[in-house]
Design a protein around this ligand. Structure first.
Ligand code: NAP
Length: 243
């Protein structure tokens, strides 16, 4: 059995790519954060494993042959747990991580290492901010009383919110035209994003470039897996070669 740690489009594409391949059994794992997750094709399980010990026990009980960690680039805890658990059990592990975004001509990016650093920088850049870092990461901006925020997330935020803030519940992908219209309509002066990478949510960066807006880009946490690939086909080849 191959365990695919998921919660991303790449994980779903990998599960679909391997579905039905003779001799390959894939189980996709989701954290269970969203109430209406997009389920992958084939077998899946939902919920945390219970830290490294729980994941170790899970891998052992099912004689898992290989693990592909296809979780989001910012899901650092599960990725670190996978590194530790696979090393302990002796199971091959591959990290499938989409490449990060790179700034091009005309981009006004401000790379930072954390949401706290982004919050410290924002008052120098703008009064009206488009926050696209997800519903779980609003607290670092909650004290910025002099700024106005447009906060877009798939589900309602659960943490502390800034005093002046509009919530926009929406799931991408969004087109560049839609993003430009939104930025203009809300008179946005700066955007905050994580360096998630991928095409699905990149339109906001193109829109920011076209409007000349600064973008605060939160860098990825670093988790070192034994092997890493950037695209689904390479991960599928690794699985089919036996991990
Ligand atoms: P995280 O901080 O790395 O993980 C927190 C805990 O959630 C882990 O310790 C683990 O619990 C459980 N978990 C996470 N991913 C899991 C998975 N695929 N299967 C089973 N358990 C999982 O993760 P996160 O940032 O909260 O992200 C949660 C999920 O949402 C991930 O699957 C990720 O791919 C997806 N996602 C995250 C982001 C983001 O920006 N962080 C964006 C889009 C999608 P135990 O320790 O109990 O095993």
């Amino acid at each position: 059995m191959v365990l695919v740690l998921g919660g991303t489009a790449e994980a779903r594409v990998l599960a679909a790519r391997l579905d039905g391949v003779p001799g390959v059994r894939v189980v996709s794992s989701l954290a269970g954060r969203t109430s209406a997750p997009v389920l992958p094709v084939g077998e899946s399980r939902v919920g945390g494993f219970g830290g490294v010990p729980g994941l170790v026990a899970w891998l052992r009980a099912r004689s898992v042959a290989a693990v592909v960690d296809a979780t989001h680039p910012f899901a650092a805890r599960i990725s670190a747990n996978a590194v530790a658990a696979c090393a302990e059990v002796g199971v091959p592990l591959l990290r499938l991580q989409r490449p990060g975004w790179t700034a091009g001509p005309g981009d006004r990016w401000h790379p930072v290492d954390s949401a706290d650093e982004a919050a410290r920088l924002l008052p120098e850049l703008a009064r009206r901010v488009f926050l696209t870092t997800g519903r779980l990461e609003t607290a670092p901006y909650a004290h910025l009383d002099d700024l106005w925020f447009l906060l877009r997330s798939v589900e309602l935020p659960t943490g502390a919110l800034p005093r002046a803030c509009e919530l926009l519940l929406a799931r991408g992908p969004f087109t560049v035209e839609e993003e430009i219209a939104l930025l203009r309509d809300r008179r946005i002066e700066a955007i905050v994003t994580k360096d998630s990478g991928g095409a699905l949510t990149a339109a906001k960066l193109t829109a920011a470039r076209e409007l000349g807006l600064p973008v605060v880009v939160i860098r990825r946490p670093e988790v070192r897996a034994p092997g890493q690939v950037g695209d689904v086909e390479a991960a599928a080849r690794w699985v089919l070669a036996g991990g």
